[in-house]
Design a protein around this ligand. Structure first.
Ligand code: 13P
Length: 254
């Protein structure tokens, strides 16, 4: 059965002290209040990863992730951070190709394919992001855009490698806008992505891949989104910055 994963992407928010406070609260609430089986991944800025990892070490439900990594293994790449370094600090998951990286930092599919390899070579799980802009949706190009993002970023992998990938569908028009995709819209895309994986690999592999939805997920809409058969969790931005709202989303995953 595929894994359910709720991840909180803090983006460029929280001082170390604020972040540690937030993680302590989330960890304590989950210990007391959560009986489900979803994995809860905290994805703070790089510099907090080591501290978060130590803080949650005793909590079996939780794991820590990173928001990005280098496509290189090591070397003279000033300012970059490798997947191996992140692993040494306790990282289990690394977001690859978030739309903000694609949009503001010029990350394109060929480069993201290399980053995905770097994550897998370190023995970690990539959370590969895909999603269309509003313009692409309105011109009915979304299926083509998604197919290109997924095939160019991931379809060079063999089946064993692909089984380690988590996919996050994050429509750009829903990120930070308060405008969530409807459950039907998200389900349609998740089923489409699973269909692409079936065509490239096989149905059994496709059925085992976790596909998260991201884009204005909140306590109020999480349960409805999670009721769809192909939505296996969420990649949460704004609502992950406050313990109550994040834990409410986790609890919505029964
Ligand atoms: P919001 O939940 O703030 O819309 O952000 C979603 C996101 O980009 C998570 O990676």
């Amino acid at each position: 059965m595929r894994k359910k994963i709720i991840a909180g992407n803090w983006k460029m928010n929280k001082s170390l002290e604020e972040g540690m406070g937030l993680v302590s609260e989330v960890s304590n609430m989950l210990k007391d209040e959560y009986k489900g089986s979803a994995k809860v991944v905290i994805i703070p800025p790089f510099i907090h990863i080591n501290s978060v990892s130590k803080l949650i070490a005793e909590n079996p439900v939780m794991a820590v992730g990173a928001q990005n990594c280098s496509n290189h293994k090591s070397g003279a790449y000033t300012g970059e951070i490798s997947a191996d370094m992140l692993k040494s600090c306790g990282t289990k998951y690394i977001i690859i190709g978030h739309s903000e990286r694609r949009q503001y930092f010029g990350e394109h599919n060929a480069w993201l394919a290399q980053k995905t390899d770097a994550v897998l070579n370190a023995g970690l799980n990539p959370i590969y992001c895909c999603g269309e802009t509003l313009e692409e949706r309105e011109s009915n190009a979304h299926f083509t855009v998604l197919e290109k993002q997924i095939s160019e970023g991931l379809f060079h992998l063999n089946a064993t490698q692909f089984s380690e990938v988590v996919i996050a569908y994050e429509p750009v028009w829903a990120i930070g806008t308060g405008k969530t995709a409807s459950t039907a819209q998200a389900q349609e895309i998740h089923a489409f992505i699973r269909g692409l994986i079936t065509k490239k690999y096989d149905a059994a592999l496709a059925d085992n891949i976790t596909i998260q939805y991201g884009g204005s997920v909140k306590a109020e809409n999480a349960a409805e989104l999670f009721s769809a058969p192909d939505i296996d969790g969420a990649l949460v931005g704004g609502a992950a910055l406050e313990s109550r709202s994040f834990v409410a989303i986790v609890k919505a995953m029964a």
